[in-house]
Design a protein around this ligand. Sequence first.
Ligand SMILES: CC(C)(COP(=O)(O)OP(=O)(O)OC[C@H]1O[C@@H](n2cnc3c(N)ncnc32)[C@H](O)[C@@H]1OP(=O)(O)O)[C@@H](O)C(=O)NCCC(=O)NCCS
Length: 304
Amino acid sequence: MNEIIISSLSEELMDETVKFISSFQSVDENFVAWLGYSPEEIRSQLGAETQPFKERCLIAVDRGVVCGFLGIHLSEEHSIARLLGPYVSLQKNWSDIALDLLKALKAKIPAHFSLVKVAFYAANVNCKQLYATNHFALYNAEKTLMLNSKGFTNSQKVINKQINFRSYQPTDYDKFIQIHPTAAYFTGAEVISRLNQYHRLVVAELDNCIIGYVYFEMLLSDGFAEICFLNVSPEFRNRSIGSLLMSEAVNEAFKLNWINHIEISVRVNNEGAERLYLRTGFKEKNVVIALQRDLNLFPWGDFT
Ligand SMILES: CC(C)(COP(=O)(O)OP(=O)(O)OC[C@H]1O[C@@H](n2cnc3c(N)ncnc32)[C@H](O)[C@@H]1OP(=O)(O)O)[C@@H](O)C(=O)NCCC(=O)NCCS
């Protein structure tokens, strides 16, 4: 253990680090949420962030070789810190290195932050044990469902002449913000700032009002699409609008021949949404568990 050095991620070790993280992401027992799968996707996620973010990404280096990574993403708006990891390659020293990485984050979490969150596949027993013994409590569990492009044929459209399904336009901003839940992973403003050729927002419009939307991201280097949000205003539910929005997203994504599959996550108790996805053809793939540590009760620094 003596020769393992913990430091901030440097540009010099960026390529090695993104390959290192990528090697864990495709194995359920090692998967941790929020970073992508391929080295290219992970690099673009780490690179898209600001310099202070890179300084909050820690690596463990054993005789010149990266053997651990733990990043932290700060959401100023919600005062929530999200942990990206840890990923540790040395099974023998897994918990020692993981704990050293966690402890080293102490200086990187602003004093006014009250919550630290992390999410990973239920199969990741190392993370489960580490966080369960360090004051992290379960607050959410989500099923990941998957729809393969193989064998998929354009879904049937139920014609609804009154409702217009179309791409978001800047003039929709206020109406969109009004119906987007405030506690969502991305705020409404963040969703809008992420829009580009592959990050798409399709809205359902009725009488000049936005009554629902679907936001999805198509990840070029990972070869799949992720449906991030599907939402219909409560007074317009149970009229097939959710199903139609879903079809819009699925048909749009599968137009691109590099999209192999589509993923969506749904809370385990959101049975209505899950039924909709199963009806669309999605199949259950995995369960992601999310844990959080309340820093008012357990200030960072107290680890076992
Ligand atoms: C999940 C959600 C998007 C579904 O939207 P929706 O517009 O109600 O979806 P649909 O109308 O297509 O389907 C809902 C139900 O209405 C039924 N339905 C659809 N059209 C109908 C009609 N004309 N008459 C009677 N029932 C109808 C569907 O069969 C379905 O029934 P089921 O729940 O028994 O399976 C919506 O409930 C919502 O926004 N929830 C909050 C946000 C959320 O949970 N999003 C998903 C996160 S993963």
